[in-house]
Write a new protein. Structure first.
Length: 158
């Protein structure tokens, strides 16, 4: 019983990390931000987690791979989404479906707001909050336009 406890303490002891604190970023073992890898046979063979000073804890263990992509990648993603939204807005206004057009126009504006963060013009939370509000209103308008069309065609059949 005592041997089991000491083994348990050793696993959770200093220099050991629970699986949820692992940071699987490739730079860790390649000598990135934290220096060279530990020597062969080192007791702690797990990947060292990044410490996040702002929140006073560890960063999330999932999703850090996205940092491998350059900032231009995200600009291209948002630029393509903006172009799609602007095209749909143009076509909707052209077809005299103004409610649908305004929904897609707001979506396109949300993509511009997202791009302001990637261009370092705003902070993430500001750009993200503005974009989410614009996306929410766009979703409501697009849903309302689709509902109007369905209801009007159902009334016409009756």
């Amino acid at each position: 019983m005592a041997a089991e406890r000491s083994a348990e303490v050793e696993v959770q002891g200093p220099g050991r990390y629970a699986p949820w604190t692992l940071d699987l970023h490739l730079r860790t073992w390649s000598g990135g931000a934290r220096g060279p890898p530990p020597p062969v046979g080192h007791q702690n063979t797990r990947v060292q987690p990044h410490f996040n000073n702002y929140f006073g804890g560890f960063t999330m263990p999932l999703g850090e791979f996205i940092n491998i992509f350059p900032p231009a990648f995200f600009l291209v993603v948002h630029l393509v989404a903006f172009a799609i939204g602007a095209f749909f807005a143009y076509r909707s206004f052209e077809a005299e479906a103004s409610l649908l057009g305004w929904g897609f126009a707001l979506f396109a504006l949300a993509e511009i707001s997202y791009m302001t963060y990637h261009l370092n013009w705003t902070v993430f939370l500001f750009a993200h909050t503005i974009s989410e509000v614009l996306d929410l209103v766009a979703f409501i308008l697009i849903f309302a336009a689709a509902s109007q069309r369905v209801l009007s065609s159902a009334r016409a059949r009756a």
